[in-house]
Design a protein around this ligand. Sequence first.
Ligand code: PGA
Length: 248
Amino acid sequence: MTTQIHVHVFPTSEEVAAAAAERIATVVREKPTCVLGLATGSTPEATYGKMIELYHQGLDFSRVSTFNLDEYAGLQCDHPQSYRAFMEERLFRHLNLRPWNTHVLNGTTQFPALECAAYEQQIQARGGVDLWLLGIGQNGHIAFNEPGSPLDSRTRVVALTPSTIAANSDGRFFADPKDVPRSALTAGIGTIREARQLVLLATGQKKAEAVARALKGDFSVDCPASLLQDHRDCTFLLDEAAASLLKS
Ligand code: PGA
């Protein structure tokens, strides 16, 4: 498949973050009641810093809704490594988002299937996601949709792969692999593909191979990010290191 994905390469990761935040700001200015999809991980942190700067310059988030991609199963929302805690700390508490408009899957629900179905309903009830910010795993995953995740997958409980557990316990988030939860709740590839606009961020050499597979490889569940190739409005914002295997 010839990809329809737009690719922008910037000299530094800081410029990637500025470009991502500006895209989000454009959506918020055009549609003050917009729905943003958000991501966790190291990559979007700088973008969240830029969004906070834009808020201090007058960008209004008071009517914006947000939905996060995923959450670890079994972590209370106030656990420091939960994605709810990550979002509160890095973004939500710094903006004028209304708490009831921020949505992160509940990792400790007694009824995971119900939680996942309700999440899909809540996204639909708000009119669908206008822009979903994404990262990419070294194995090509998007959210916790690991290789093999179906194109039409919806929000559900999934097992994490050993490579993702290792990537998230390299000292950044969990000190020890045994502390990383083995499963998570995640928006599906089908859920993500329904967003009107997708913006995937990748920075650093470690992401170069996954980026190359996503953009130049087959449209295949083996590389979940390649399943964005036929999306009508998908942009990859990359630094030079992450784009380094695209040249040939
Ligand atoms: P990272 O994670 O931003 O921490 O590299 C991205 C991902 O796994 O999706």
